[in-house]
Design a protein. Structure first.
Length: 119
């Protein structure tokens, strides 16, 4: 199972809302995949972020950084080629990362992609 698939599975188990997977390989060299999801409250956002971190560590991956667990507005889990943003709905609407990464950085085609159950 790939890192992105592990993250997606953790997000689904934690009941994250509106999970979007962005293929950003053509847009940046900082990551291959960016995953954006929402929680229903700051407590839910924090819980989802911890679940993603725990799942990655259980699979033998050590995230390079986990930020935002104390506030719960926006949790970022950086695992190298996969960067996960778990956001409160108002924060997500304000920053509009999906739009930013698909339009402003030159994405001409839809950068969203679906992860198959088996890589």
């Amino acid at each position: 199972m790939t890192k992105a698939e592990l993250v997606r599975e953790a997000l689904e188990e934690a009941k994250a809302d509106d999970i979007v997977v962005l293929d950003v390989r053509a847009l940046t060299d900082i990551a291959d995949t960016m995953i954006v999801a929402s929680g229903t409250s700051t407590r839910h956002v924090t819980s989802i972020g911890r679940k993603v971190d725990d799942r990655l560590r259980a699979a033998g991956y050590k995230p390079q950084g986990v930020e935002g667990l104390t506030t719960g507005e926006w949790v970022l889990v950086d695992c190298g080629e996969v960067i996960t943003h778990v956001m409160h709905p108002k924060t997500r609407a304000f920053y509009a990362l999906e739009k930013l990464w698909s339009e402003e950085f030159g994405g001409k085609e839809d950068v969203r992609r679906k992860l198959s159950p088996r890589g």
